[in-house]
Design a protein around this ligand. Structure first.
Ligand SMILES: [Ca+2]
Length: 295
């Protein structure tokens, strides 16, 4: 079953509402908190609004500007060829060349960037993808489907899964307190999206893309867990700014650890690249734990 939730009618203010994000369903025996279908649908819809943080950290802002202009949230594929972080498609290139700001939409509205015979503006108005010739006003396709918002690197970790629940990791004061008790001070910059693959409508695990920082430069890691929140794998996702992160031997040390029990880097390790990776994984693990299982 593919999710085809429409996100256009939900006020974006709901997304940031502490009341909404503090809602907690009771824990089920499998660990990950169960949620009612209605709440799950709402969360999925809210998450689509939030867009996905990936290496393309600029994307949520641009997506919000697209929504301002056209009244609905696009998927990353309006501007990217294959999801956030991938190369720009023709519309993305035109948008960039036109200044990459709110005014740029109008400046490129009369172009037909993807060459499918419909102008960018008419495509956007019809909820068709102005950056993909396979999507036209007559046949917009499923490019706004929530499933298309799941990064392919995440999907690749759960082959065969067709249904995803992208879940917000907006932090409540209670989450931050719980994180502190686990040895991590989380703040708004740690807020993120947790991707939950569903098999037979039950969570099969989780995936989280998060930032690590070494000597002032950011790189991005992908962590997957099983449904008990035990770490399955940590791998490098994007490390152009810190290419040596690809060669670290530390990734294998996380497999099998409960997400909330990643050891902090030792004092000796703290300033090293391995230390930066350990710290980032610890923070991500605690974020995952407090958002999905609570204190
Ligand atoms: Ca098109």
């Amino acid at each position: 079953m593919r999710s085809t939730l429409s996100t256009s009618t939900l006020p974006i203010s709901t997304l940031a509402s502490p009341a909404a994000s503090a809602e907690a369903a009771p824990a089920d025996a499998d660990g990950i908190r169960a949620a009612s279908p209605r709440r799950m649908a709402l969360r999925a819809a809210l998450l689509a609004l939030a867009m996905l943080p990936s290496a393309a950290s600029a994307m949520p802002l641009l997506a919000r500007e697209y929504k301002q202009e056209y009244g609905y949230m696009p998927s990353c594929n309006a501007c990217h060829s294959d999801g956030g972080g991938s190369t720009l498609n023709a519309y993305g290139k035109a948008f960039k060349a036109a200044g990459k700001n709110a005014g740029a939409f109008a400046r490129i509205a009369n172009l037909d960037s993807d060459g499918d015979g419909a102008s960018n503006g008419s495509e956007a108005a019809a909820r068709a993808n102005p950056g993909d010739p396979r999507s036209t006003p007559a046949k917009p396709g499923e490019w706004l489907d929530i499933a298309s918002l799941i990064p392919r690197e995440v999907r690749a970790q759960f082959p065969g899964v067709r249904t995803w629940l992208p879940r917000d990791a907006l932090l409540t004061p209670a989450d931050m307190t719980a994180a502190k008790a686990l040895g991590v001070t989380l703040n708004k910059d740690d807020e993120n999206t947790i991707y939950i693959p569903l098999e037979s409508q039950r969570p099969a695990g989780t995936a989280l893309i998060f930032r690590a920082t070494h000597q002032g430069k950011d790189f991005f890691l992908l962590m997957t867990t099983d449904r008990q929140l035990k770490i399955a794998q940590v791998q490098v996702l994007h490390a152009n700014a810190v290419p040596q992160a690809k060669n670290s031997k530390v990734y294998g040390s996380f497999a099998g650890l409960p997400a909330q029990q990643v050891p902090a880097p030792s004092a000796k390790e703290a300033a090293t690249l391995d230390g930066a990776i350990r710290l980032a994984v610890k923070r991500a693990g605690v974020l995952l734990y407090v958002r999905l299982k609570g204190a």
